[in-house]
Design a protein around this ligand. Structure first.
Ligand SMILES: C[S@@+](CC[C@H](N)C(=O)[O-])C[C@H]1O[C@@H](n2cnc3c(N)ncnc32)[C@H](O)[C@@H]1O
Length: 364
C-alpha cells in the first residue's frame, strides 16, 4: 500500500503550501523562547544517548537541525551533538551542521548568533561547518543517505498547509468541532508520514533522529489557559468591530497537537515505517520558566509580558498573514497582543504544555 507521501498528496507546488509564516524576525524569537529552551533541556539526555549509539563511518559527519528558527535554542543541542560524535570519531573529521527552516525564516539572526552569541557552538569548534537551507521539510532537503544525526524541536506541530478554519478556536488543533478535529487529524497523519518518509531517505543506515514537539494527552493539551486567553482576546476584537465573523474563523493557526497513539500509528502494523524504527516515545510536561520567576518576584506584569512576547514570537507573523491587508495586520497584531497581555496579567497561571519526545533510527 502506498503511503500518503509516496502517492504525492500535497506536493511542493500545491499553492496551499505557501501560506506558512516563520517566527517573528529581527531575532525576536531568539530573545523570547525560554519555554522552548526548557523543553530542549529535557531532551538532551536522549540526544547524548543517540550520539553514543548512532552508526558512524570514517568520513565527514552530517548533523541536521530541522526547523531551527533563529538558532539560539540550537546552540546547546548542537554543541552536545558535536561533542558526542567527535568523541567517537577521529578529532579531525569534518562535521557539518545544517540548519533548515522555511524560506521566510530570519536566517540572518541565525548566522549572527553563530558568530556573536556567547553560547554559540562555533566558539570552541574546529572542523565544524555550519550552513542553512531555506525550504520546507515537507520537501526533500538533502541528498540520499547524507545525514548521521537529525534534530528537531518545537516544529512538527505545525501543519504543512493552512487550509483549515476553526469556528471555535484560534488553534486548529484545539477546536472541538467534529469536522475540524477530523481534518486536523488527517492532515497531521499525512504530514507525519511525509516527514518520516523524506527524512528516512536522507538518513544513512544506522542514523538517528531526535525530535521534540508539542503534543497532548487524550484529555488535555496544556495550552487551555494561554491560548484560551488569546482566543478570548480575538473574540473581544470581533465584538469591537476589528474583524467580521468570517475573518475571525479564517484566523486559525495551522497547528495540531498529536497524541502519543497518533505519533505511534505509522509504526504499529509493521513495527517499522519507511525503514525507520521508533526507538523512544514519551510525553514530557514542561515547567513554566516564567512562573518560577513570577513566584520569586511577584511581578505579574512582567509575567504577562514574558508570555505575551513568547506567544507573539511563534504565532504573531502567522496571525498577521491571516488578516486581510485592508485591516492593517500590523496594527491588528499589536492590539491583539496588548489585549492578550492584559488578560494574562489578570489571571496568571503556570503554562505547562506537553512535548512528545521521539527517537527514530534508520535500519542499519
Ligand atoms: C517554535 S519554532 C522552534 C525553533 C527551534 N527549533 C526551537 O526549538 O526553539 C518552530 C520552527 O519550525 C519552523 N517550521 C514550521 N514548519 C516548517 C516546515 N514545514 N519546514 C521547515 N520549518 C518549519 C518554523 O518556521 C519555526 O522556525
Amino acid at each position: 500500500m502506498l503511503t500518503y507521501a509516496e502517492r504525492g498528496d500535497g506536493m511542493p507546488n500545491d499553492p496551499t503550501r505557501s501560506h506558512l509564516a516563520a517566527m517573528k524576525g529581527d531575532g525576536f524569537y531568539n530573545r523570547h523562547s525560554s519555554m522552548q529552551a526548557t523543553g530542549i533541556a529535557a531532551l538532551l539526555s536522549l540526544l547524548e544517548t543517540a550520539c553514543r549509539t548512532v552508526v558512524i563511518g570514517e568520513g565527514p559527519l552530517t548533523i541536521v537541525d530541522y526547523g531551527s528558527s533563529q538558532g539560539r535554542n540550537s546552540m546547546t543541542p548542537m554543541r552536545v551533538a558535536i561533542k558526542g560524535l567527535r568523541f567517537r570519531s577521529s578529532p579531525s573529521v569534518p562535521i557539518e551542521v545544517v540548519h533548515t527552516d522555511l524560506p521566510s525564516n530570519d536566517f540572518s539572526a541565525l548566522f549572527e548568533a553563530l558568530v556573536s552569541d556567547p553560547d554559540s557552538y562555533m566558539s570552541e569548534a574546529s572542523d565544524v561547518f555550519p550552513s542553512a537551507i531555506g525550504r520546507s521539510y515537507f520537501e526533500p532537503l538533502l541528498p540520499p543517505q547524507r545525514v548521521n544525526l537529525g534534530w528537531s524541536t518545537w516544529a512538527l506541530q505545525w501543519m504543512s498547509a493552512s487550509t483549515i478554519e476553526a469556528p471555535d478556536h484560534i488553534l486548529a488543533g484545539m477546536s472541538t468541532a467534529p469536522t475540524v478535529v477530523s481534518a486536523v487529524t488527517k492532515q497531521q497523519a499525512r504530514d507525519w508520514e511525509r516527514f518520516l518518509t523524506l527524512r528516512s531517505r536522507e538518513m544513512r543506515p544506522g542514523a538517528k533522529l531526535v525530535a521534540g514537539f508539542t503534543a497532548r494527552t487524550a484529555d488535555v493539551t496544556g495550552w487551555e489557559w494561554l491560548l484560551g486567553e488569546l482566543r478570548s482576546a480575538v473574540c473581544d476584537m470581533r465584538m469591537d468591530g476589528w474583524l467580521s465573523e468570517r475573518e475571525k474563523n479564517h484566523l486559525t493557526i495551522p497547528i495540531g497537537l498529536r497524541t502519543l497513539e497518533q505519533i505511534r500509528e505509522p509504526f504499529i502494523q509493521a513495527e517499522t515505517f519507511a525503514d525507520l524504527v521508533l526507538e523512544h516515545l514519551d510525553l514530557v510536561k514542561i515547567t513554566d520558566p516564567c512562573w518560577e520567576q513570577f513566584e520569586t518576584s511577584g511581578d505579574v506584569l512582567a509575567f504577562a509580558k514574558d508570555h505575551a512576547d513568547m506567544t507573539q514570537a511563534w504565532c504573531g507573523p502567522m496571525i498577521a498573514s491571516l488578516i486581510e491587508p485592508s485591516r492593517e495586520p500590523a496594527a491588528f497584531v499589536a492590539e491583539l497582543f496588548a489585549r492578550f497581555e492584559r488578560r494574562l496579567s489578570e489571571c496568571p497561571r503556570p503554562h505547562e504544555p506537553y512535548m512528545a519526545a521521539v527517537v527514530l533510527s534508520k535500519r542499519a
